[in-house]
Write a protein that binds this ligand. Structure first.
Ligand code: AMP
Ligand code: MG
Length: 321
């Protein structure tokens, strides 16, 4: 725990990421309750361990439906709905492709094209059978695998926010490694929380600027988070579900500002697939969602900033509104 100007910060490493909780009271008991809650939630959704509710579904692929708890069924239903949107870059059955590339894990490599082709046949979200009455999920083809890695943190950040609110906390911030959720504003800072926008491939403390938000979530997906370099290319962890290869466009990162961190997490992937121009056009019809696109040609492109303020810190990048 560290304390600075009334802020009490608590940290842990969970879900393979550094987790940070900021409170305005010295309350280590509450902090450990929060970390325990995150751990419990992770145990439901992870696919990086042998056992979880999601792994039970994956293990039963091609054999039988699996009944899961209400929260897992709900999150899978949301993931399914987003995955079957027309032209969606989001696909929650991308698991076999993610596992084969092993990006961020030992043994990563560029798989042979024929293998990717074969695995893509196991990633049709339309084939997943959801039974809302039984709360059961069935993957009809052997080898199909659900991966909720793109949204689990967002969902969990919202669970933490609801828990803190229920505990009577009015001002707090939780950072689940790239997924930030907030309550209120820090005391005496009416402009809100300052959340850093990372310089892609930079050091942790190198920021392009700061986003100011009040009671909002800020979620970033960036290709620099998990990647490897081979043959002069950057192979990263955000896949194009139509090709089975990492999404190859002008983006380095997308940050979404939304009320719910789950929405932020969904939209970062959707907007990643759209790219900045199409993404901005799309956001014009989504008054509750804002985004900041960071591009390879060193531009920071903000959607019409309705729910945040951006203060630029690195002026070697070009800011566009
Ligand atoms: P995020 O950090 O929220 O951008 O999520 C990245 C993670 O989502 C990856 O590590 C994969 O587990 C998963 N993933 C990668 N590509 C996709 C995709 N197109 N649709 C859904 N999940 C994906
Ligand atoms: Mg995401």
């Amino acid at each position: 725990m560290t304390s600075d100007a009334g802020v009490h910060s608590y940290s842990a490493v969970l879900m393979g990421s550094p987790i940070l909780l900021k409170l305005f009271e010295d309350n280590p008991t509450l902090a450990s309750q929060v970390f325990r809650l995150i751990k419990q939630q992770e145990n439901l959704f992870t696919v990086n361990r042998a056992a979880s509710e999601v792994m039970a579904i994956n293990h039963a692929a091609g054999r039988h439906p699996v009944v899961v708890s209400a929260p897992v069924f709900e999150l899978i239903s949301v993931a399914h709905a987003v995955s079957i949107l027309p032209d969606s870059a989001f696909n929650f059955t991308i698991g076999p492709v993610v596992k084969r590339w092993k990006i961020g894990f030992q043994g990563r490599e560029v798989p042979p094209a024929a293998e990717i082709e074969a695995l893509l046949r196991l990633t049709d979200p339309h084939q997943v059978v959801l039974d809302a009455e039984q709360h059961s999920v069935f993957l009809p083809l052997p080898g199909m695998e659900i991966d909720l890695g793109a949204i689990a943190k967002g969902y969990i950040a919202d669970v933490v926010q609801a828990f803190l609110r229920q505990q009577g906390v009015a001002q707090a911030l939780i950072n689940l490694g790239g997924n930030v959720q907030t309550l209120g504003s820090p005391p005496h800072q009416p402009q809100g929380w300052g959340i850093g926008l990372k310089k892609p491939f930079g050091r942790d403390d190198e920021l392009l600027g700061t986003l100011q938000v009040q009671g909002k979530s800020v979620v970033t997906s960036g290709i620099y988070e998990r990647y490897f370099e081979r043959d002069g290319r950057c192979w990263h962890h955000i896949f194009d579900p139509h090709t089975g290869y990492p999404l190859d466009n002008e983006l380095l990162s997308v940050t979404v500002i939304a009320d719910r961190s789950l929405d932020g997490d969904i939209y970062t992937t959707l907007l990643y697939g759209m790219g900045p121009e199409q993404g901005l056009a799309y956001l014009a019809g989504q008054p509750d969602i804002d985004a900041v696109f960071v591009t390879r040609d060193r531009q920071i492109i903000c959607s019409p900033a309705r729910h945040f303020r951006f203060s630029q810190l690195d002026f070697s990048w070009q800011l566009r509104h």
